[in-house]
Design a protein around this ligand. Sequence first.
Ligand code: BES
Ligand code: MG
Ligand code: ZN
Length: 506
Amino acid sequence: MVEISIKRSIDDLDIFEGLFVVGLDENNKDLNYLSKNTKLMDILNRHKVIQEEHLENIRKFGKNMILSLNDGDKLLKILLLGIGDGKKLNEDKLRQLGGIISLRAKELNFPNVIISNFYSSSSQIESIIEGLVLSLYEFNKFKEDKADKTLSTFYVNYSVVIVTTDDSNDGNKIDIGKIVNICEAVFYARDLANSPPNVIDPNALANSAKTLEKMKNIHVDILNQNQIKDLGMNGIISVGKGSENEPKLIIVEYNNSTSTDKPIVLVGKAVTFDTGGISIKPSDRMDEMKFDKSGGCTVLGIMKALGNLDLPINVVAIIPAVENMPSGSSYRPGDIIRMYNGKTVEVLNTDAEGRLILADALAYGVAKYAPKCILDFATLTGACIIALGTNIAGIIGNDNKLINKLVSISNITGEKIWQLPLSEEFSDLIKSNVATIKNIGGRTGGTITAAAFLSYFVSDVPWAHFDIAGTAWTQDGTADKSYNPKGSTGFGIRTIIKFLEQYQYK
Ligand code: BES
Ligand code: MG
Ligand code: ZN
């Protein structure tokens, strides 16, 4: 399995043993930390590697170059890596640099890597480790010659030594195993979200969730269509009606605190395929609607990471899983649905299905668990992509303290989120003449009307809704980041794990 270690000294390293990474700063041309290893410095000088005219162009952020030097009977392999302006290096840039290192090493099939220090704090080293691991994800399962292989042999045999000679950070405090565990939970979520809709239907998603039960402190319950109906969750039932694949309600509990300690509830939209239903979508890029289960996959990824962590909290994940299909048994525009919490909804567009299934799941979470807070994740609106693009997710809720905390964590994890206002005018836009509310509110402010709809189902529990329509997978406009290979990103998992780690336990 991938092996990453941290060393406090550069002198006793066998520099011939791996790909030696040297970070080059645009402004600081001083490589004196390398001079601590006299053998290395000697070779670099003899081969005239450290001559500025060679290095100038590589100092820009992300630029890089491989050098192979024959030194006697040995080969020294060096990756010169531009870090841009060293003073402007933040966690996300380091995560990207970590990813570039892994991708170059993989391309050259050099499974041993030594990284010398262009970083200082432990949080910077943690980010490099995340980048090293996250970038190596491949979705190969369905290629003809790659049946059953999830992780490449390169990943499995990969070994990296990170050298940190800077005394201001304590490499010992970094829990490498924990970071790798979280990255592998991201891989799990990416695998589920990338899987095609004929493979991951609601039942298959539920079966995958069930496998988490072998983990510590985890319990999984799957509710079938009849049980969902008996509970009165007609939002989920209605959306699922048009499909041959019946809906499931997936409930995953992580209990590692006292039974009286109220949980944090996480809700994730899992529409395993969204055709739009009777209000059918245009066929162009409809295939991408396999990613409409991404919110649910993120939440399952969080639960998988928790299963390997010892956090003194209780967490409940609620994932409504449905397929939104047009057929003789589909729900229709004009239908009026009585939801789990008794509110009624006039359906005016069957493509606004996410809010219907989330509403039942949120109301159930609030009623059954009286949670400390409730967070939901959903590829909910195309309007969010228009508003914020494909690199920033929207966050909306009823508790600014909760939202500010999440936003500040996301600045470290690089999973950018931006708050949109839940002002009351939007609730008026979804009032219905024949029911409590309707499921669309016109073309304007679509992300906020969707959130306003959800707000009818959370009572006064502190709540934050993540609209991840633009960030759940790489699409038009997505910034090229080494640690996010094409397809599902697993957006949100790393942020929420940090949030849960920092939760005030009282
Ligand atoms: N799953 C879609 C939202 C979506 C669209 C996410 C494109 C990512 C990319 C959602 O179910 C949907 O269809 N929303 C409609 C709502 C509208 C009918 C009010 C939309 O955004 O067009
Ligand atoms: Mg839809
Ligand atoms: Zn949808």
